[in-house]
Write a protein that binds this ligand. Structure first.
Ligand SMILES: *Cc1c(COP(=O)(O)O)cnc(C)c1O
Length: 224
């Protein structure tokens, strides 16, 4: 099945108003181009250098979302090429992105990544820690970052009850954080290929779907 077909199937399954981030990590630019030609404009990558290489050879009207952990020494590359950074998981990362976004005169949309999954995956802020940070109003001093909401990854399990609990926890994190921000805090990014319909049911405004559109990832072929 073609990328265009699979993309249209995913789109058809989404309610109006839900944003689809087509996660193109490890897939070559030609395959992204196919999705672009089928009308997709929002793509997700998780490695700064790969994001830059693709951004430099693909159309400028693509909205790139960084969805992987940002090392502070890669913040410049990310700030230069991403429109959104969904994976802001520490104060250090936020500060580094602010510095680099200011340097290149850009304003980045960011999401605060909240940890809800089981112990195995450690990415994201613990909610109480994040709340402690947000209460000090740190983003007032970061004019080049626009905090747009919350991102999260559910536990990687077939136990859909657990996944639902994780999505509910992300939704309540969104609700708890929202009063600290302006009306632009409107985005809840959750759900991947295997669980995005449930994420939408639980209130996702953005879903991040990769393999369902582009096929399985071959990490060896991508050179790592
Ligand atoms: C890779 C990735 C996705 C997409 O995963 P699929 O299972 O291919 O849909 C979504 N979110 C994050 C954070 C990812 O790293």
């Amino acid at each position: 099945m073609s990328i265009a077909y699979r993309l249209s199937e995913v789109r058809r399954s989404l309610p109006e108003g839900v944003t689809l981030v087509a996660v193109s990590k490890t897939h070559p630019a030609e395959r992204i181009r196919e999705a672009y030609d089928a009308g997709q404009r929002v793509f997700g990558e998780n490695r700064p250098q790969e994001l830059r290489a693709k951004a430099e050879c693909l159309p400028a009207d693509i909205e790139w979302h960084m969805i992987g952990h940002v090392q502070t020494n890669k913040a410049r590359c990310v700030a230069a090429h991403a429109a959104w950074v969904e994976s802001v998981d520490s104060a250090r990362v936020a500060e580094a992105l602010q510095r680099e976004a200011a340097r290149c005169g850009r304003v980045l949309n960011i999401l605060l990544e909240v940890h809800v999954a089981d112990e195995e995956s450690k990415t994201g802020w613990a909610l109480d820690e994040l709340l402690g940070y947000v209460r000090t109003a740190p983003f007032v001093a970061m004019p080049n970052l626009r905090v747009r909401g919350v991102m999260g990854v559910a536990t990687n399990t077939d136990d859909m009850k657990r996944v639902r609990d994780d999505f509910r926890a992300l939704h309540s994190a969104f609700d708890v954080l929202k009063p600290y921000f302006d009306a632009g805090f409107d985005t809840l990014s959750m759900g991947m290929s295997h669980d995005y319909p449930l994420a939408v049911e639980c209130g996702a405004t953005t879903v991040r779907v990769g393999s369902l559109i582009f096929g399985e990832r071959d990490y060896s072929a991508a050179g790592r």
